[in-house]
Design a binder for this molecule. Structure first.
Ligand code: WT7
Length: 695
């Protein structure tokens, strides 16, 4: 009968990677429901773990959570008091907000009137508390045996030298600085140096192409770009300076010339003699920065002064400049770090994310340092020299908290458990996951094999826009359900709404929105407040719309089911279908392109592109490669389509709208589920597409 059919469906879902059920549209919501129905097993933290935990029980969580909702001003003020403020915020304006577009412009502010500096709080304050000799950062290079470390005092010296240099070249409060660096200690140092002088950093992940870099330069018009000459990823050298050169040339063509490129000489990857150089514009970091004094006064900024811009993908071709401000972000990144990882001063913390993404902002740099933690920064890749590298590093530094992405878990899982079990991993006590829903089988492998069934997993759901964790386990408090991000963090009110924007209660599935603001919320999209309102606040009036589908089970656990908009999540990286399409159609032989997500065993989702060629151009392997290269060049290697499907035509409605629903079914080979194709302008297109699947 119907119910056993449903069960069969549910069983088959459980073996699929998390890509399943995360296909755009209402499907994601429906599939999410079945995932939730399937998972009821609870995994409890050990009694010893809970006894020592900051939040040891659901009851304690409940109490703190209720306070945070009933008295947000009181709750967050008490926490903010632990930081240093040059001037205290106005007590009547801890939070002021309007999230309802129908009532006026959307605006959010926290700690108005307060003056502080996040670099001071992340570095100087720890030294003043007597932790100057504590290791702030360990660095592990691409090659095993290549390493380094900085105490908090060392870190301050390095940050101040760079801050002084930046001031000497005219960078001041409010100026933008683009940072295009790999995971060298110079990357967090550069972020902190900008923050120290009130400059606004915009880190561009060093896997983005020259064109993407140029696009960001044109948008935020930085005073300078900070980069390095090259980096090695495994055995492969990547000539970053060449990419920056091309990016600077391209942005200049588009009318934004940047006169200064501060270049770190990354000697282990490339000597300076071999680096292409533009005299007058390019300056070696080692030649100028190190001669500046190691003391630099702090620029006290308003709580609502911008701290950084981070570009992220949306549903149009143009990336969005997500803007975070200082005070609220500081309090929120620090507090979420502390509770979600049950942070203890003796912890050695490692987050595998790159500082080019939000995870590296909030949980490599700011959150941990604001807590005075010891952070490991890793330059290399997890499978070089072999798939045991992570556990090698865990044992070498006695890592206690290990925070990574499901894609990494799945790829190591595929390589076999012996890479893990030949290492001790005894030091580990908390694990973390971020970037996409973690499928239950990857969760179990992470828990049982990596963590020896001993370490709780914090599956942290959040976004570039949210600044910090939104829905996350507190490891000592709750029994976990593999694959569920569990419950909201303090101060966060998630709601699930239906198509019409009506809140649904109890066990349900729908669109995930957030009611009320939280301190880490982004304040605008740089230069485009209209797009901010349209994208996030207009879909469901009165709420922040996350773009994700979510279901809530009978116990109140939250199950994220993935994006419901035109954003694809590849290995935890957000890529807009429109960006890939616009890259493809820029190819002279491509007439039209439509991109959809497909399930991918390791990456979670893969990119599947339907391409219509210009009349008369034949399909060829060479052309396929050249189309993929175009995407790599325009966005970056991580956005390269996994599959090009030649399309004589695309399924469109009579008004010309591409029916992606049908394309998704063709891409995932669910040909018996194509649904109604009679509304297509030319229903014959579908058969042609299916016939061409093996080209
Ligand atoms: C999107 C945000 C925020 C850190 C890295 C990605 C997905 C992120 C989870 C999780 C389910 C997750 C969502 C979200 N996502 N973490 N734990 N469970 N989904 O940041 O690039 O801004 O992407 O990543 O779809 O909307 P981002």
């Amino acid at each position: 009968g119907a119910s056993s059919d449903k069960l069969r469906h549910v069983e088959s879902m459980s073996e699929l990677p998390s890509g399943a059920g995360r296909i755009s549209g209402i499907n994601a919501v429906v599939l999410g429901e079945s995932l939730a129905a399937e998972e009821h097993d609870l995994v409890y933290p050990s009694a010893e773990f809970s006894a020592d935990a900051l939040v040891p029980s659901p009851k304690k969580y409940q109490k703190m959570y209720e306070r945070s909702i009933n008295d947000p001003a009181g709750f967050w003020s008490e926490i903010a008091d632990a930081f240093y403020w040059k001037e205290k915020w106005n007590p009547s304006e801890v939070c002021s907000e309007n999230l309802d577009v129908t009532k006026g412009p959307v605006q959010i502010s926290w700690f108005k009137g307060g003056k502080t500096n996040i670099c001071y709080n992340a570095v100087d304050r720890n030294i003043e508390a007597g932790n100057g000799d504590k290791i702030a950062m360990y660095w592990e290079g691409n090659e095993p045996g290549q390493d380094g470390k900085l105490t908090y005092s060392d870190l301050l010296d390095r940050v101040c030298q760079l801050a002084n240099y930046l001031k000497s070249v005219g960078v001041g409060k409010g100026d933008a600085v683009i940072i295009y660096l790999p995971m060298l200690l110079e990357l967090p140092i550069a972020m902190l140096a900008c923050a120290r002088i009130g400059a606004v950093h915009s880190v561009v992940f060093a896997g983005f192409s020259a064109d993407s870099l140029a696009q960001r330069i044109v948008d935020c018009k930085p005073k300078l770009v900070i980069t390095c000459n090259a980096v090695k990823r495994g055995v492969k050298p990547i000539l970053l300076k060449d990419i920056v050169d091309a990016g600077l040339a391209e942005s200049e063509k588009q009318g934004v010339a940047v006169g200064l490129c501060l270049t770190y000489e990354n000697q282990s990857a490339m000597k300076r003699e071999d680096t292409k150089w533009q005299a007058g514009r390019d300056v070696w970091w080692q030649d100028v920065v190190t001669s500046f004094p190691t003391k630099c006064d702090v620029e006290w900024v308003d709580a609502e002064d911008p701290l950084f811009l981070l570009y992220t993908s949306g549903s149009t071709g143009k990336p969005k400049g997500v803007l975070h401000t200082t005070g609220g972000y500081m309090v929120y990144s620090a507090t979420t770090f502390k509770y979600a990882f049950d942070y203890k001063p003796s912890d050695i913390y490692w987050c595998t994310a790159d500082c080019g993404w939000i995870t590296g902002h909030s949980y490599v740099t700011y959150g941990p340092l604001l807590n005075g933690a010891t952070v490991l920064v890793f330059e290399g890749t997890p499978n070089y020299p072999d798939s045991g590298r992570c556990w090698d590093i865990v044992d070498k530094y006695k890592v206690t908290i290990f925070y990574t992405a499901p894609t990494l878990v799945r790829s190591l899982m595929r390589d076999g458990t012996e890479y893990v079990t030949r290492h001790s991993r005894k030091s580990l006590r908390v694990l973390g996951s971020v970037g996409e829903p973690i499928n239950p089988s990857a969760w179990r492998w992470f828990y049982n094999i990596v963590g020896d069934s001993r370490c709780p997993i914090s599956d942290t759901w959040w976004q570039t826009e949210t600044g910090g964790f939104m829905i996350t386990p507190l490891p000592g408090a709750w029994p976990q359900k593999p694959g569920s991000a569990t419950f909201p963090f303090f101060g966060v009110q998630p709601v699930i709404v239906d198509e019409k924007g009506k809140e649904i209660e109890g066990e349900c599935s729908g669109y995930l929105c957030i009611k009320k603001s939280w301190p880490g919320a982004f304040r605008t999209l740089y230069g485009d407040h209209d797009r901010y309102e349209t994208t996030y606040f207009k879909p469901f009036a009165g709420y922040y719309f996350t773009g994700d589908g979510c279901s809530r089970d009978k116990d109140g656990y939250h199950w994220l089911t993935g994006r419901v908009d035109d954003v694809i999540n590849v290995s935890g990286h957000r890529i807009g279908t429109a960006e890939v399409e616009s890259a493809l159609v820029s190819h002279p032989k491509c007439a039209e392109a439509a991109v959809v997500a497909v399930e991918h065993e390791v990456k979670g989702q893969g990119i599947y592109a339907f391409v219509t060629l210009v009349d008369g151009v034949p399909y060829s392997e060479e052309l396929r490669k050249s189309l993929i290269l175009t995407v790599r060049n325009q966005i970056g290697a991580f956005a390269a389509p996994d599959k090009i499907h030649w399309a004589p035509g695309l399924p469109k409605t009579r008004s010309g709208k591409i029916m992606r629903r049908i394309l998704r079914k063709i891409a995932s080979k669910q040909l018996d589920e194509l649904g109604d194709t009679s509304t297509l302008a030319d229903p014959g297109v579908v058969d042609q597409l299916i016939a061409l699947k093996d080209c």
